[in-house]
Design a protein around this ligand. Sequence first.
Ligand SMILES: *Cc1c(COP(=O)(O)O)cnc(C)c1O
Length: 454
Amino acid sequence: MSNSESQASINDTVTVQTEQGLYIDPAALTAHFSALEYHDEALYIEGASVDELAQHYDTPCYVYSKQAILDVYQAYSDSFAALEHQICYAVKANSNLAVLGVLAKAGAGFDIVSRGELMRVLAAGGEASKVVFSGVGKTRGDIEFALNQGIACFNVESVAELTLINEVAQQLDKLAPISLRVNPDVDAKTHPYISTGLKDNKFGIAHELALEVYTQAASLAHIDIIGIDCHIGSQLTEVEPFVAALDKVIELIQGLSAKGIELQHVDLGGGLGVRYIDESPVSIEEFAQALLPKLTELGLTVFFEPGRSVVANAGVLLTGVKVLKPTQHKNFAIVDAAMNDLIRPALYQAEMAVIPSKLPSRGIDTEGTQPWDIVGAICETGDFLAKDRLLTLATDDILAITGAGAYGFVMSSNYNSRPRAAEVMVAGEQHQLIRKRETIEDLYANETLWQNED
Ligand SMILES: *Cc1c(COP(=O)(O)O)cnc(C)c1O
């Protein structure tokens, strides 16, 4: 990309901030998302009309583009083609079996943080030999299951975990492949809740202690040291923190080599950010170009664990406008999705775009355009999906919340006894229900009345 082009992309905003609120130009926004497009003023995800999907599956409903997921996976794979590499999709970002299955078929490995995620990967046709297991709280049962399945690597987050893995491996008469997740203490410059590579975060082993813990690991009979790992945070839009973390990791790899500990792979975690509205994260290609020289010199296999960047913009949450409630101070549009369906705005102050399924004819000047808070029906003031958005709304309109493919459905709950939404996958004009909407009976099917005498 030439300088002038990257300059253009930095100034490439799709919003107008007015005194009343934020206007997001729907057509300009969707131009940035490969799966979304307005045809004859109607919103499509791939070849499927959003209004027809909403009618067919009802709302709220998550819809994912199969091609958009594959395109990002391929971009990672192509960008690092010069190196031995394995892209381990971070399952927690979106763990639907259909999503995992599409990625498994494309050759992806997986980064998991629980036994449940490993079982999902296996159920979706993924190979255990391409799975890395992260997470600070692996239990004896988790470790035993993962060892029996033959996963590629445990990303070890503490000395206690290292000891436990060795113990379980001994009982099973196996050798456990491990890397240490080191905490490089670099600032990912992201939201504090999704920053993981700072000294006071709970993740990983402190950089200063890493060599010592590796030496300890080398003395354990059932531990096979194969790599080193770091993951510094999520929604990183710049490449510098990744380069800084890699430098710290290279320092450790050299220190290990001097001690006679040779590694096979370096795992740089996930965390690459996406464009939700006006963000301009580095592209996967730019990310690769910044890291490739150092990685090539290192000569190790490289693992990445991208989650958000693979699925965020492949997905939308479709919601219907149920009640319009203008008040003296604010206009509320009460929609059928809520914070239980999509918690990112409430939990991370995330700004996500809300666009109509039908393009308004005159943009910001359309008659009836007003500032709206898009809120759910839950009894919490924190139950909002977006605030102060300039939109032209009518009851029963269908809205699409974009960027909802990552940390959307997976973080949903049944708060207020609300059944969780349906999930749908689209490929071209085809679409398929990949998780049926919960019924109200599902919500209390596992509950019983108190049956003892009082
Ligand atoms: C969450 C997580 C990821 C994925 O992060 P994204 O920001 O979604 O790319 C990767 N590795 C680990 C260890 C994680 O916890």
